[in-house]
Design a protein around this ligand. Sequence first.
Ligand code: B12
Length: 251
Amino acid sequence: MNFVHDGLAKEFEHVTREGERKHIGELFESGDALMQEIAYDLINGDHEGVDRLTKQALEDGYTANAILDDGLIAGMAIVGVKFRDNLIFVPEVLIAARAMKAGMAHLEPILSASGVEPLGTIIMGTVKGDLHDIGKNLCIMMLRGSGFIVHDLGVDTKPDEFVDAVMEHDAQIVGMSALLTTTMPNMGVTIEALEEAGLREDIKVMLGGAPVTESFAEDMGADGYGDNAIEAVDRAKEFVGTFSEDGVNPD
Ligand code: B12
């Protein structure tokens, strides 16, 4: 880690677990003052600051991806630790989430700008019982930016809503997000519903969200897992590569 922002360095002191210090510390490795200010404002829920600084960073030539990773996601990582350790509570997290949205509003058009032919159609949703959508929305932004058509079912998505959407949009891929250990099993329940509807053979399923792992995704019967938005795009691209021209799965 390389802190040039005193306030942020103080915030980082809340990260006490060794593995987390290493991982989150790496997010601040670049030592960039503007990115650290964005992260600091996000942690403190200053949406006007995040809005202004994100705009400024774009004008200064930072890429949307750099701002997302080194500013917004890095800040949100510290928010996550503080929330878990009861240093902040739901209202503060919601205020930080609002600040993240203020930054994302500038990045979304850039990440989504793409004039290419659609690569495929994806249904994305956060599973039943789960209201977390920041990570899912990031994935959607990146997927759209990479040329996929994405239908967003939002949060608390019931299995039959995934089934209906696959049929309605003739989708090739389903992406599910879960952030709670209690809602992760609903990913498996949704895959079963897709099977029962006779759709499973025709689609690929990818799973993600902080507590989801590759082996969990395998256990649930998914075709793939992504650790972050870039991997969501990688998986989706791999999946469409396995489909023939007319959209029929060759295997
Ligand atoms: C923000 C947040 C909230 C906000 C959500 C706002 C919103 N609009 O999303 C609010 C305040 C509403 C909230 C509520 C709750 N939360 Co909460 N929340 C968080 C927090 C701090 C950050 C999550 C986040 O946005 N991370 C940033 C994004 C960018 O990361 P991400 O979601 O992991 O997504 C990335 C990857 O996972 C991946 N990805 C995500 N989805 C997908 C999908 C696919 C297909 C792929 C390939 C990849 C992929 O790509 C993304 C981009 O890189 C986490 C802590 C944490 N660090 O995770 C807790 C956390 C998830 N929450 C937690 C809890 C307990 C709750 C509550 C139960 C609290 C309560 N007592 O009410 C409620 C549950 C409400 C509900 N029913 O869902 C716990 C869960 C613990 C557990 N073991 O299950 C956590 C881990 C905090 C903690 N450590 O205790 N929360």
